[in-house]
Design a protein around this ligand. Sequence first.
Ligand SMILES: CC(C)(COP(=O)(O)OP(=O)(O)OC[C@H]1O[C@@H](n2cnc3c(N)ncnc32)[C@H](O)[C@@H]1OP(=O)(O)O)[C@@H](O)C(=O)NCCC(=O)NCCS
Length: 209
Amino acid sequence: MISFLASVGHRFRSAESGFARSQASRAAGNSIRSRACRPPATLFQNLMKQSPFAKCMLGLSELLDHARVRKLKATLHHCGKNVTLHLPIIIEGAQYVTIGENTTIAPFVHIWGHGNVFIGVNCMIASHCAITSVTHDYTVAPMIGKTTSAPIRIGNDVWIGAHCTVLPGVAIGDGAVVGAGSIVTKDIPAWSVAYGVPAVVKKMRIVAG
Ligand SMILES: CC(C)(COP(=O)(O)OP(=O)(O)OC[C@H]1O[C@@H](n2cnc3c(N)ncnc32)[C@H](O)[C@@H]1OP(=O)(O)O)[C@@H](O)C(=O)NCCC(=O)NCCS
C-alpha cells in the first residue's frame, strides 16, 4: 500500500513537472502535445490500470455491477434472453416492465413502469431516454403523489435515439426509428423514421436485402 502511494506521488510529481514543461513549450509555439499535459482524469485512469490494488477494486466494482444488473432483471415482469442493461439505469415499477430478447438499454435511461411498459425484441434504447407510463394529474391540488397512467408499447426492432422522451399511452410500431432528442406524444407507425418535438413521421425505413 505504502509503495503504491509512493508510486502515485512520484507519478503525480512527474506529471506536474511535465505539465510545467508542456506549458513552456506551448508558450514557445510548440504545437506537439506532450503526454504529460493529459488531463488529470486520464492520468488517474492510467494509474488505475497499473496498480494491482486498483485492478482488484475495478474487478470488484464490475462484479457489483453484474450483481445489480442481475437483480434489476429479476425484478422485471419479464426479461428476455440476452438483454443488455448498461448501468446506471433506473426502472421504477420494474414489476410492470417487460423487456424482450436481445434488447439493449444504454446508460442513464429512466423508465417509469407503473402504467405498464412493454419493450419488444432486438430494440435499442439510447442513453438519456425517459420512458414514462405515468404522469401527474394536474387537475387536483396538490398534484404531488396524484398520478394517472397509460401503457407504453414499443414493438420489435425499434431504435430510440439518445435523449428521447416517450409519454404515457404511446405505441411505437415494429421496426420504427425515433430520432435523437424527440418527444413521442402520439403513436409512431411501424417501419417509419420519426423525429422532432413532437415526433412526427419524416419518412419510411428502407431495409436492404
Ligand atoms: C433520425 C436519424 C436516424 C435520421 O438519420 P438520417 O435519415 O440519416 O437523417 P439525415 O441526417 O439525412 O437528416 C435529414 C434531415 O433531418 C434532420 N434531422 C435528422 N435527425 C434529426 C433529429 N433527431 N431531430 C431533428 N432533426 C433531425 C436533419 O437536420 C436533416 O434536416 P435537413 O434536411 O433540413 O438538412 C438520425 O438523425 C438520428 O437522430 N439518429 C439517432 C442517433 C443517436 O441517438 N445515437 C445514439 C447512440 S445509438
